[in-house]
Design a protein around this ligand. Structure first.
Ligand code: CP
Length: 311
């Protein structure tokens, strides 16, 4: 495997060149083959130390990064805000500077504040990977979503991809929009008016308030959960009303007379944005997304390790 990314950090998809996305996919293909073979571990990052700095809860992203790092033979430090000196008032920058003094090479950061990864990248000398910053971006999720659809279709050119649910609070929606449009797809966001920010059309996507119309339009659908933890007010009358209008059900899909692949970044709220039956159906690519996520993250770590961390 050969190649390097153009930038020492992965902070988002918005400014990631298309050639870097395609290089990540090529490299992911190779790591996926290794993951599916008998020996999953390679010595590639043997001399590097990676810290997983998680200031917000996570299951998929955290374990996926940790597995990716272990399978590349990196040394790993895992950090939880609750059990660190952050709970005694230490700043993010002081925390990270202490880790850098211990010769950490790469930082995987999940943080509730939009822009936290960009801020760190301006102040420290290490490769930073944004593992989700508030409502801003979640670049590795968008890469694994795009990679999953690329494997299904070969190309995203002219494909129609719908993103349904709480668009306003979703970093996945924003990163997916940047990734899918760079790869030539058309994107439509769908949800209640109150959960779709007014700037969406300026990103080159169409907006729909009808799930049935969106399903008639799309080739694949990404369902998002309602992010109650980020909602400071009520955006719809009740969860029951939201579910009646925006839940993906067998009855709704059957009206379309076509097979629509279903993606979901997780965590799923079964019975809210999607029925259990559909989440577990063969047309759901949800666990394939998770499987691809490890290989995508291996590719990102490997390609960034070739670029000296810079301020
Ligand atoms: N998709 C995703 O970011 O899931 P986690 O919050 O579990 O990491």
């Amino acid at each position: 495997m050969k190649g390097q990314l153009n930038h020492p950090h992965l902070l988002g998809i918005q400014h990631l060149p298309l050639e870097d996305i395609l290089l990540i996919f090529q490299t992911t293909d190779n790591f996926l083959k290794i993951q599916q073979g008998p020996i999953r571990k390679v010595p590639t990052l043997r001399d590097l130390t990676v810290v997983n700095l998680f200031f917000e809860s996570s299951t998929r992203t955290r374990f996926s990064f940790e597995l990716a790092e272990r399978r590349l033979s990196a040394d790993i430090l895992n950090f939880s805000a609750d059990s660190s000196s952050v709970s005694k008032g230490e700043t993010l920058l002081d925390t990270v500077n202490n880790l850098i003094a211990m010769k950490v090479d790469m930082i995987v950061l999940r943080h509730p504040d939009p822009g936290a990864a960009i801020y760190l990248s301006n102040h420290i000398q290490a490769n930073i990977i944004n593992a989700g910053d508030g409502t801003h971006e979640h670049p590795t999720q968008a890469l694994l979503d795009s990679f999953t659809l690329m494997r299904l279709w070969g190309s995203l050119q002219d494909k129609k991809i719908a993103i349904v649910g709480d668009i306003r609070h979703s970093r996945v929606a924003l990163s997916d929009i940047f990734a899918f449009t760079k790869l030539g797809a058309q994107v439509q966001v769908c949800g209640p008016k109150t959960l779709i920010p007014p700037f969406m059309e300026s990103l080159g996507v169409s907006v729909s308030y009808s799930l049935d119309n969106t399903l008639a339009w799309c080739d694949a659908v990404i369902m998002l959960r309602i992010q109650s933890e980020r909602q400071e007010m009520a955006y719809y009358p009740s969860l029951r009303e939201y579910t009646l209008q925006y839940s993906l059900t067998r009855e709704r899909l059957e009206k379309q007379h076509k097979i629509i692949p279903i993606l979901h970044p997780g965590p799923i709220n079964r019975g809210v944005e999607i029925t259990s039956e559909l989440a577990d159906s063969p047309q759901a690519l949800i666990l394939e997304q998770v499987e691809n996520g490890v290989a995508v993250r291996m590719a990102v770590l490997y390609l960034l390790a070739g670029v000296p961390g810079a301020q």
